[in-house]
Design a protein. Structure first.
Length: 107
């Protein structure tokens, strides 16, 4: 299963899809962009908030609940996902993931 660590080694994204594809799920092959977002202090991901945007820009922003979730983004390219957690969101980490153009069949 593909995965990516966050910047501080205390978060991880497990990709159920081998590759992410831009656009709305289900994709052309009827699969989805499902990711399990976890933080060391919240292994279920229940208290994790995920905000994503294209690398180097501030828009568009997608907001996703932690844990297992469908992670659909509108555009292809490298996306930065900021995970925050804790009682007041005081902990954070970032994970960059590549997203293929809409309509692409993942390999």
């Amino acid at each position: 299963m593909p995965w990516a660590f966050g910047t501080h080694g205390d978060t991880v994204a497990y990709l159920f899809a081998t590759q992410l594809v831009a656009g709305v799920s289900p994709r052309v092959d009827d699969s989805q962009n499902k990711i399990l977002w976890e933080a060391k202090d919240s292994p279920s991901g229940a208290n994790v908030l995920v905000e994503g945007h294209p690398l180097g820009t501030s828009q568009p922003i997608v907001t996703i609940a932690g844990g297992p979730s469908i992670t659909d983004v509108p555009t292809a390219g490298c996306w930065t996902f900021r995970l925050s957690w804790g009682s007041k969101g005081q902990r954070s980490s970032t994970i960059n993931l590549e997203v293929l153009p809409a309509g692409t069949l993942p390999s």
